[in-house]
Write a protein that binds this ligand. Structure first.
Ligand code: GAL
Length: 829
């Protein structure tokens, strides 16, 4: 397929388009694939973003790792079957695309920008290597003008290669993020060429400085050009303008412009106000470039003894760590999937995301800007010392600076990014000499590229890093786990603040409950699940309340980033060797995007203004009649009464007398003492079929809310619920359809595992599905799947033709269901 830039665009000073369609793809490998003359017509036709491995099939043999995970306390090598998800990401893949650029490209520059390609990219244009970039998560760009056939057809070829044992989770595979083709004049603002800094800001006014780089043709100097910048507020009104005439001394090819903005709308999670700067570059009277930068006005500070401040106000992080995969969609970037996730997190009261352990997709950051979600943007999981055999330690020496520079330059204008993270539990922590030096070096690179944001890293060896000063040299010392050591770490640190850079690692499976209900570390069950009573964790980790209490009671604790917001592909701890197990159990939300019970615990704490009154477990325990079956309530209210079949089981109140110190011993831990401060627990209720009702009371003792669950009868009908019933007819605005089974009375059936078949007709198709079962090996793309704990999610894609999409779900013995989704052309929207 030939890609032509629309003729009209040639007249524009700058054009940018995504190279999405018409790619050819193969898993074979040969040097000839870079050559324009090679015939690729037999290759698979694919659309980018594309993840070649998510189509499976799952197999224990895919990237089977035989190793001891030191971080997890393993001293002897064991077999790790699903560590990277059991999907076929290892090996090579080639992508080829034929494209044209405007005929009159005399005096024009052409740049390719990759948002990320997994991994070890080698990019060829017309048979010649244009750039290579090993890190699969990072953005990189290159000017391809000299390699182009003026006015003719060009061939872009990309070779990717993923090594075995190169990751600790599912990395995805392929050109899984967007590729941009940017055409400019010879005189132009280069990629990521602006830097906009809030110098100071309060409600009355803000001072903002913009630096703009300029690339100029040979024989010219930046002083030959003028720049005019206009800043518009969130409503599109021009609020500042500045013109710098030609002839000035632009020093290091960088125009500096300063703006005062009265009564600025400050960016924050509650007020995600975005400003736009549009800079025009002129040579004489001729417009050469128009460059748009979206930014926010806000200040961030890490204050000694106090913690983090946004716009001068103290703020604690209620954050989650997120790996990059989008569950059944794999590594591909997709805006609608990201929005769906952020909606769920915001509704839970989450205010920050840590992009563990790598550079995020630009779409994620832009959506965080827009919706008000702070970001800790991370770079590396390894420095010089290896965690996995073929990990980033092999590239670190040569690439670390370039990788970090690209991360910072790409996202330095995004207001959601409030700090940089240079590493995660790097084994260099234990190296008293190298650890602190490397920390300083990487932190300094961040400061050099961006003097406004603090830098942190997640460290899990508190004794080592407080002894060798690796923690002391950081702007913000970030600690992974071990909250019981925070107070001691604090005394050893000049910054007098502690960030919970990674916390909890509580494990659970949605809708699965284990008896007796006891706190357990690294439990393993035959079904490869973990209990949704939220009492199970890893050897190094803890329960949510062990973190809540620290950040509530110690003013210097800055808040936390929970491991993790969503389940992700790979790392099915503690089922290291127990295949099948393809995804993690750490998520507050499962791989299908369905909240687990824990979601309501975090919501009750993090979003106290919203009413939460959640009862667990489900009430379908045939065979457990008369047996002790504890009931927990997660609520924002201080007190509740529980009724089983109308009989009161007593009133419970959150125990505010529990403190860090009086609950620090092992007996208190086993007794779930801290949990009594944050959840309401009836530990000795007995099961009998019927109803479980909760009545919540406010501080004044008024009954303010009521909730009831009941024992479900036989599965009777399928119920479909789409997150949106109107989407864009652009091929990528997916709808997320929640699928559940109910009995005749409309009670959800929590044990239903019926296989549901989908038939999608009209202007869309079945894109993928997931049920959140980490031990399922059903392919995500097949339009039929078994429910897990009574539910699953179907992802429906629109075609590019507007119309109605009909999703029909059937299963033998169940009443079928349909849902209609309308897809509209951009002009209709
Ligand atoms: C941490 C690590 C994460 C993940 C987590 C599981 O040590 O930083 O990447 O492995 O443990 O608890």
């Amino acid at each position: 397929m030939l890609l032509l830039l629309p003729i009209g665009l040639q007249a524009q000073v700058r054009t940018e388009r995504l190279l999405e369609k018409g790619w050819r793809f193969t898993r074979d490998d040969a040097p000839a694939f870079a050559e324009p003359s090679y015939d690729d017509s037999r290759w698979q036709e694919v659309t980018v973003p594309h993840d070649w491995a998510i189509y499976g099939p799952f197999s224990a043999g895919n990237d089977l790792q035989h190793t001891a995970i030191a971080q997890d306390g393993q001293t002897q090598a064991v077999e790790h079957a699903g560590r990277t998800g059991g999907l076929p990401f290892v090996g090579t893949g080639w992508y080829r695309l034929r494209f044209e650029v405007p005929e009159r490209n005399e005096g024009r520059r052409c740049t390719l920008l990759f948002d990320g390609a997994m991994s070890h990219a080698r990019v060829y244009v017309n048979g010649r290597e244009a750039i290579r970039w090993p890190n699969g998560y990072n953005s990189f760009h290159t000017d391809i003008t000299p390699l182009l056939n003026p006015g003719g057809e060009n061939l872009l070829a990309v070779r990717l290669e993923n090594l075995p044992e190169s990751s600790r989770w599912y990395p995805g595979a392929g050109i899984y993020r967007n590729v941009h083709l940017i055409v400019t004049d010879e005189a132009h603002v280069p990629v990521w060429g602006t830097q906009i800094i809030t110098r100071r800001a309060d409600e009355a006014s803000a001072r903002v400085r913009q630096c703009t780089a300029l690339a100029v043709p040979q024989g010219k100097s930046p002083a030959d050009y003028a720049i005019e910048t206009a800043v518009t507020d969130p409503a599109g009104r021009i609020v500042a303008r500045h013109r710098q005439s030609a002839g000035a001394d632009f020093g290091d090819h960088c125009f500096e412009q300063e703006f005062t903005i009265d009564r600025p709308a400050l960016w924050s999670p509650d007020t995600p106000a975005l400003y736009t700067s549009t800079s025009e570059i002129y040579e004489g009277g001729e417009l050469k470039d128009r460059y748009v930068t979206v930014f926010g006005i806000r200040t961030v500070e890490a204050v000694q003894g106090e913690g983090f401040r946004l716009n001068g106000k103290p703020l604690k992080f209620r954050g989650v760590c997120l790996h990059h995969d989008l569950g059944p969609l794999g590594g591909i970037v997709n805006e609608s999937a990201i929005r769906h996730r952020i909606r769920l997190l915001k509704e839970m009261g989450c205010n920050a995301i840590r992009t563990s352990h790598n550079m995020p997709a630009p779409e994620l950051i832009e959506i965080c800007d827009e919706t008000g979600m702070m970001v800790m943007a991370e770079s590396f999981d390894e420095w010089e010392t290896k965690k996995v055999e073929n990990g980033y330690h092999k590239e670190f020496g040569q690439w670390a600076e370039r990788d970090l520079v690209n991360l910072v330059r790409r996202f330095r204008n995004n207001p959601s990014v409030v700090m940089w993270c240079i590493g995660n539990e790097v084994p260099d922590q234990w190296n008293g000499d190298r650890g602190p030096k490397l920390s300083l070096r990487l932190q300094n690179i961040c400061h050099r590229e961006d003097p406004t944001r603090p830098v942190t890293q997640g460290m899990d060896a508190p004794d080592a890093v407080t002894a060798n000063n690796m923690a002391a040299v950081m702007d913000i010392p970030g600690f992974n786990y071990r909250p019981h050591l925070y107070a001691r770490n604090y005394l050893r640190l000049p910054q007098e603040m502690i960030l919970g850079s990674e916390t909890a690692s509580t494990i659970s499976s949605r809708g699965i409950y284990k008896f007796p209900v006891v706190r357990r570390s690294m439990p393993r069950y035959d079904d490869h699940q973990a209990s949704s009573y939220d009492v199970e964790h890893c050897g190094w980790s803890n329960l949510p309340e062990d973190d809540f209490i620290q950040h509530d009671d110690r003013p210097y604790c800055m808040g936390e980033f929970v491991w993790t917001g969503f389940d992700y592909l790979g790392e099915p701890t503690p089922y290291y060797s127990d295949w099948p197990s393809h995804s993690s159990l750490f998520g507050i939300i499962d791989l299908a995007g369905i909240p687990k019970d824990r979601y309501w615990l975090y919501r009750s704490k993090w979003n106290p203004e919203a009413e939460t009154l959640h009862i667990l477990p489900h009430w379908n325990w045939k065979g457990r009649e008369g047996e002790v079956t504890p009931v927990f309530i997660y609520t924002n209210y201080p007190e509740a009464e529980l009724f089983i079949n109308g009989r009161s089981q007593g009133r419970r109140r959150k125990d505010t007398g529990v403190t860090i110190d009086n609950s620090a011993d092992s007996v208190s831990a086993a007794d779930l003492k801290r949990q009594r401060r944050y959840r309401l627990m009836w530990m000795d209720t007995r099961y009998e079929p019927g109803t479980v009702k909760a009545v919540a009371y406010d501080e004044e003792g008024n009954a303010v809310a009521e909730r009831e669950i009941r024992t479900a009868g036989e599965p009777y009908r399928i119920v479909l619920e789409a997150d949106r019933t109107v989407i864009a007819a652009d091929g990528k605005d997916y709808a997320f359809v929640t699928v559940r089974v109910e009995d005749r009375q409309g009670t959800p059936c929590p044990l239903a595992d019926n296989e549901i078949r989908f038939e999608v007709t009209g202007a869309g198709y079945y894109r993928a599905g997931a049920n959140g079962n980490p031990a399922s090996l059903e392919p995500f793309q097949r339009p039929r799947m078994k429910l897990f704990s009574g539910m699953m999610t179907a992802v429906i894609a629109p075609t590019e033709r507007p119309g109605t999409i009909t999703v029909k779900a059937t299963s033998p013995g169940l009443k079928k269901a349909t849902v209609e989704i309308r897809s509209e052309a951009a002009t209709q929207r």
